[in-house]
Design a binder for this molecule. Structure first.
Ligand code: ZN
Length: 251
């Protein structure tokens, strides 16, 4: 992966480092100066190069013919998002510490790797919205589920490491479900956090059931669901690859 400096700042005039482009990809990344409370999270993301990894992986898969900008910003709890007006993905520093806290409450010793994995999943999810928008993809089912499926696709393409990362994301969704049970946000366009966790586990099991037999349990991945996961994952992967077929990089 090669990053090159890009002259000028599009869309955002707040202070921070100049944007860089993943070379030849049309994807630019800009780290906005973090608010004081976000400094450690910003340092973590810079050190782990999670944003760069996501951008490079997407650029290696598909030729994006409209620029996508990725802003890494202080959002004050607003959550990561995609803005179709600007083809702009925004990722929040504070999601690093929110995720860390989620894992910490479940287990006092949690590796940074899992936090980085969840951030990578978030980036792929938001980038999926950008791809749906730019390529005008036909979405099967809900776009939010389709975006989760893209995150799964991008992680599982990495093999065993990606399987572990997708399982970390599944655990984060599971923990989010159990720790927020008193909060009723009402229906929204996403599947519930618990459903998202089970979906991710199903995809991991579907891609490599032999390695992940331990996932099958009433709490993690019910046996009834597990039975269909290979077929389900193959269908999910095929629907994304078919949708992206005209835009895939050759060779
Ligand atoms: Zn979304």
């Amino acid at each position: 992966m090669v990053l090159v400096a890009v002259a000028g700042v599009s869309g955002c005039q707040k202070p921070g480092v100049p944007p860089t482009e993943v070379e030849g990809s049309g994807i630019t990344i800009r780290y906005e100066a973090p608010a004081g409370s976000d400094r450690d999270d910003a340092a973590f993301l810079r050190r782990r190069k999670v944003v760069e990894e996501a951008a490079s992986a997407v650029a290696a898969l598909a030729e994006v013919d409209r620029p996508i900008s990725v802003g890494v910003v202080s959002c004050d709890g607003e959550g990561s998002s995609y803005d179709p007006e600007l083809t702009h993905v925004e990722v929040c520093y504070d999601e690093v510490s929110e995720t860390r806290e989620l894992f910490r409450r479940a287990s006092p010793r949690r590796a940074d790797d899992d936090v980085a994995a969840v951030m990578l999943e978030t980036l792929f999810h938001e980038t999926a919205h950008a791809l749906v928008d730019i390529f005008e993809l036909r979405v099967h089912g809900r776009e939010e589920d389709f975006a989760d499926q893209f995150a799964a696709l991008m992680l599982l393409r990495k093999g065993i490491t990606g399987e572990q990362q997708l399982l970390a994301a599944a655990e984060a969704w599971h923990l989010s479900e159990v720790t927020n049970e008193d909060v009723d946000d009402g229906p929204d366009e996403h599947s519930s956090d618990g459903q998202r966790a089970v979906n991710y586990r199903c995809y991991v099991y579907g891609t490599a059931s032999g390695r992940h037999r331990g996932l099958v349990s009433p709490d993690a991945l019910p046996a009834e669901r597990a039975k269909g996961c290979t077929k389900e994952w193959n269908a999910v992967r095929a629907s994304w690859m078919t949708a992206l077929a005209p835009y895939l990089r050759k060779g």
